[in-house]
Design a protein around this ligand. Structure first.
Ligand code: KG4
Ligand code: ZN
Length: 339
């Protein structure tokens, strides 16, 4: 069963062709990072315009690389939220046009469900149930994945997402966008010698605005004396410890023995190593996606689309999938498209 799936929620135009939900035949990612770097972050209108000019080429390249034609496709998948609405609309409109022209069903996908599904591609043995630690530029969530299309939020950030905090700390340290990888690179030569606060709640929720503000204040106070690498390391260690501590606490309390890492921040080397080490200490299984499937790409959306598609099929909701009224939803909530 072959599907073609589009992701355009932020600054990557990406198209993947997938077979049977886990075999990636192609995954073309056209990144706009170099374009947005000069502005210090993503400019939504510029992102939308580049998606418009890129998408046809990316679709064509994805089909060519997979060595398939439109006639081989059984469904079209697309990220319909959350994200920048103008950027999402390019993917959604293109997917609807393709589906209409080819008389194929459309499978709408939640972007974060895609990040979690990146692990299905990297780990053929992985099956729900498990706890997902989702860490991206817009999300920091603990999600109980009960089944492929049944997700329950266990915890979330009450303010900044962890990727957002990395990006803001990077800017404070004078590093370019996107800041996460830059902070991480700098941290490799640093020691965690700065004392930074941790925020705790009575549940497993996160908060990263306190530590971000603490970094900004310290950088201003120290002026030229700031040891940038040490600050980067202190920040990285602090947030990684918090993420892993909350995750393990939730697993113990809820009796879940498997954890899955997901989202752009899953590319962070220290987080990957620390999560696996601490999970193993507790006899938990830990799954980490391959680096190429951590930051935004259509392959992960394609895997999630497959599971949505076969679930819809099971429930004879085919007419919903043929719905050409599908719209982009900038603030789409996790689980809102649960079956
Ligand atoms: O998932 P993603 O590509 O886009 C969203 O859905 O938000 O995540 C992007 C975020 C950015 O904040 C970026 O700085 C962060 O992931 N990131 C990292 C690393 N690589 C990307 N953060 C820390 N360490 C990294 N190596
Ligand atoms: Zn993402």
């Amino acid at each position: 069963m072959i599907g073609l799936v589009i992701e355009s929620s932020c600054d990557e135009t990406s198209v993947s062709v997938i077979k049977d939900g886990r075999e990636i035949l192609s995954n073309i990612v056209s990144s706009q990072i170099e374009i947005h770097k000069q502005y210090g972050g993503v400019v939504p209108e510029i992102a939308s315009r580049h998606h418009v000019s890129n998408i046809s080429y990316v679709v064509e390249e994805s089909l060519n690389e997979a060595n398939v034609t439109f006639n081989d496709l059984e469904y079209i998948g697309v990220t319909y939220g959350p994200g920048l609405v103008g950027a999402l609309l390019v993917g959604v409109s293109y997917a609807k046009s393709l589906a209409y022209a080819l008389n194929l069903p459309i499978v709408p996908v939640h972007h974060i469900e895609g990040h979690i599904a990146a692990n299905y591609i990297s780990h053929p043995d992985l099956k729900p149930p498990f706890l997902a630690l989702v860490v991206s530029g817009g999300h920091s969530h603990l999600i109980y994945v009960k089944d492929y299309t049944k997700l329950e939020i266990i915890a979330k950030t009450r303010d900044d997402a962890v990727g957002e905090a990395f990006d803001k700390v990077a800017r404070t340290l004078g590093l370019p966008y996107p800041g996460g990888p830059e902070v991480s690179k700098l941290a490799e030569n640093g020691e965690a010698t700065y004392k930074l606060p941790k925020t705790k709640f009575e549940n497993y929720d996160f908060s990263f605005s306190g530590i971000k503000t603490a970094v900004i204040n310290l950088v201003h106070k120290e002026g030229d004396n700031i040891r940038k690498a040490d600050m980067a390391k202190s920040f990285e260690v602090n947030v990684v410890e918090t993420l892993v501590e909350h995750t393990l606490n939730a697993m113990k309390d809820l009796n879940i023995d498997t954890v899955v890492l997901a989202g752009g921040v899953a590319a962070n080397k220290y987080l990957r190593e620390y999560l696996v080490k601490e999970a193993n200490k507790n006899n938990f299984k830990a799954y980490i996606p391959e680096l190429k499937y951590c930051t935004d790409n259509a392959a992960m959306i394609a895997s999630a689309a497959y599971y949505n598609y076969i679930c819809e099929e099971d429930k004879s909701k085919f007419n919903i999938l043929r719905n050409l009224d599908l719209n982009a939803k900038a603030n789409l909530k996790i689980g809102e498209n649960n079956k």
